[in-house]
Design a protein around this ligand. Structure first.
Ligand SMILES: Cc1ncc(COP(=O)(O)O)c(C=O)c1O
Length: 410
């Protein structure tokens, strides 16, 4: 037997549950942008999904104190009693939702919360309704759990929001969940009470469908937008709603890896079973830090929100000043999701025709040295996402370069 044949037989073969999941467009662009930077090119990366602020000092101090107190061991499976209590109070204070301690769960990031929820409930072939554009992990997590993502296109004409008609049409006897995210990554669109109402009315008619709402960007909303969440708006749905949140974006704690959720006791218990065999518990030190984040001063959130809003206004105005781009004003998060239909069919200075949003983003990277993410990565084209969680100086420079690159298209 040749060495090659041996290698082939012993070679790596991924499980079918991950075979349809490719490396995300975001990672590919990030890798190309980083390689260009290493070559000395002045690349501006507008792809990051994290605030450019630092974790607040009082949160860091709480973590140091926890280490000094010796809180460095495994904790209770799905959250320390202190953190669960802080989360209960947060839900009551900010959302008017009363959860008991055993209706609250903590995980290693909201991403693990989503994974626990899907792994605990989705059987092969179960359908999960996901409006697009969506945060890429939603459909990948559903697929890893052998469920079937049912993607519903929600374009700019509906404010990137799901409508009651589309939801009703998508529900089948196999539907397990609907996943909603407000404010949204990538569109920044948010659902107010009036936007949610018709959707909740549809769900009331279909008791087998559960609702997962991802409120990760709750604290990053603009122009007096009134943040609401379904379990607060419709108590009759509370018994089949999982309200997901976390400290990553609001408190600039992406690296601490703490996410949490409130939901029905039986679901929370089943999610803990998954977690018990995945990570045993979230990091003890990060949990202590998160208690400080949720119970400590909250005033700085307003300042950070105002800073993001200035940058949103700068980017939206800059993009809409470019002929061929069309950017809706987002209600929240720190992303713009701009239409680039007007750029399709144009030709770059080196004679390449732009056919897709991915082509347009590749051109911006090569020509303007600005890295942005095509809508295709989020399931809706032709659009591109900019993360404006970077300095105003960099954003201005990036907009100038994008405008110049667009002007060079024939
Ligand atoms: C909409 C949304 N939900 C959840 C997450 C994950 O957050 P965490 O850092 O808590 O895993 C992200 C991160 O980008 C996100 O954009």
């Amino acid at each position: 037997m040749t060495i090659n044949a041996t290698v082939k037989e012993a070679g790596f073969r991924p499980a079918s549950r991950i075979s349809s999941i490719g490396v995300s467009e975001i990672l590919k662009i990030g890798a190309r942008a980083s390689a260009m930077k290493r070559e000395g090119k002045p690349v501006i990366i507008l792809g990051a999904g994290e605030p450019d602020f630092d974790t607040p000092d009082h949160v860091k101090e709480a973590a140091s104190q926890a280490i000094r107190r010796g809180e460095t061991k495994y904790t209770a499976l799905d959250g320390t009693p202190e953190l669960k209590q802080a989360i209960r109070e947060k839900f009551q204070r900010e959302n008017g939702i009363a959860y008991e301690l055993d209706e609250v769960t903590v995980a290693t990031g909201a991403k693990q919360i989503l994974f626990n929820a899907m792994a605990a409930t989705v059987d092969p072939g179960n359908e999960v309704i996901i409006p697009t554009p969506y945060w890429t992990s939603y459909s990948d997590i559903v697929q890893i759990c052998e469920g079937k993502p049912v993607l519903i296109a929600c374009d700019a004409s509906s404010g990137f929001r799901l409508t009651a008609e589309k939801l009703e049409a998508a529900i089948t006897p196999r539907t397990r969940w609907v996943l909603l995210n407000s404010p949204s990554n990538p569109s920044g669109a948010a659902y107010g009470a009036a936007d949610y109402r018709p959707l909740l009315d549809v769900l009331l008619k279909h008791p087998h469908v559960w609702l997962l709402v991802d409120d990760m960007y709750e604290h990053i909303v603009y122009d007096d937008f009134d943040f609401v969440t379904p379990a607060q708006l419709e108590p009759r749905l509370k018994e089949r709603t999982l309200t997901v949140n976390g400290v990553s974006k609001a408190y600039a704690m992406t690296g601490w890896r703490i996410g949490y959720a409130g939901g029905p006791r039986e679901l929370i218990k089943a999610m803990a079973v998954v977690q018990s065999q995945a990570t045993s518990c979230p990091s003890s030190v990060s949990q202590a830090a998160s208690v400080a984040a949720l119970t400590g001063p909250q005033e700085f959130l307003k300042e950070r929100r105002q800073s993001f809003q200035r940058r949103r206004d700068l980017v939206v105005a800059g993009l809409n000043a470019i002929e061929g781009l069309d950017c809706r004003v987002p209600e929240g998060a720190f992303y713009t999701f701009s239409g680039c239909k007007g750029m399709l069919g144009r030709v770059t200075p080196v004679g390449k025709r732009i056919e897709t949003d991915a082509d347009f983003c590749a051109y911006l990277l090569e020509d303007a040295h600005v890295a942005v993410v095509p809508g295709t990565a989020f399931g809706l084209s032709p659009f591109f996402r900019i993360s404006y969680a970077t300095s105003e100086g960099e954003l201005k420079e990036a907009l100038t370069r994008i405008a110049a690159a667009c002007a060079r298209l024939a």
